[in-house]
Design a protein around this ligand. Sequence first.
Ligand code: SF4
Ligand code: SF4
Length: 367
Amino acid sequence: MKRYDERETLFSRVNLKQGTKEYNEFYQKHPELKSSDDAQRRVSFRHALRKDDRFKERFFPITKHNKNYIKHVFDMAESYPIQSKRVPLPGSFADNIKEITKYYGATDVGIAALTDASYYSHLGGVSEHIGKDTYGEPVVPHYRTAIVYTVAMDLPMINRAPQYEELLATEEAYLRVATIGSRLTMYLKELGYQAMFNNSEYYLAPLVPLAQDAGLGQIGMCNHIVTKTHGNNIRLGAVFTTLRVDIDQPEDFGLTEFCKRCALCLQNCPSKAITHKTRIVNGRQFYKFHDNRCYDIWIKSGTDCGTCISSCPFTQGVDQDKLSRIKEAPELIDEMMNEHYQRYGRRVFDKVEMDIIKVDDDNGQDN
Ligand code: SF4
Ligand code: SF4
């Protein structure tokens, strides 16, 4: 089975510096990506936020320290000593691990086995904020258990996508993912097991397949994990460990059929990045996706858009009883869609800005 290669992901590609050895090697292999990637190379999308300077000088500091924070908790967890006396634990300790991960702040937790094919073959160097130069580093599969978790994002913020509130919601969720991951890593090390956590700055494996294996949700037309209760309004985290506990199984709750009758993410995507065409990667169904088109919207809006998140009926909440019966009675999907249309229309969009940054009621002078 071919392993995923992080160097092929958009953020790794557009971070390459023109003219370097890595750049030349990559585009010799993938000439079809060169011109669209060149147009987006090393662009910081946040600065395109359509707000005046007075807003921006108050807004960006809200999250400016996030990467620094993530680096600190990453360093702390990575350097945390592993206790030499290992606490023996049964497979059923999986249930406790899930509760502890929720105690640290996760919304939902599942456990998956890691095979060699779960891991990236090579890292893509997206970890510059945590001070590691990893581009092209081969990944040696070491851990065999993945504790995968979700963090639900703030729904009123996401429902303002693609406005600035959406950016705050995603950045906050990444921070919480890192907090949970670092604490769980240190907990496992206290128990005498090796562990490391994946976070927005450093991944050893793509987390979407692992989240599906861990039973957290299914891959929807948007190519995200869609969970039954929070849709794709989540961010994923995972701690890899040498601890062996009972693993979960993937759950098919009928999302593929649901997506066929819904397609709201596709219809609402402003860049036409989402398609209904399926593609199989390592035996797993994804959908064809135009990543450069998606990133183009980020660069234009100054946020990471998120319209496909607010558009998903599962994000807004679906009738769980009906959902449990859609595989036997697919006509229930039409009922659920009608209910969604009646409540929300084709797209949820609350354009009334939140009061987080107020710039209208002062003159910008110091008190
Ligand atoms: S983030 Fe926006 S542009 Fe990208 S796929 Fe989702 S809806 Fe489309
Ligand atoms: S918006 Fe509809 S088509 Fe897209 S992932 Fe959600 S359920 Fe599937």
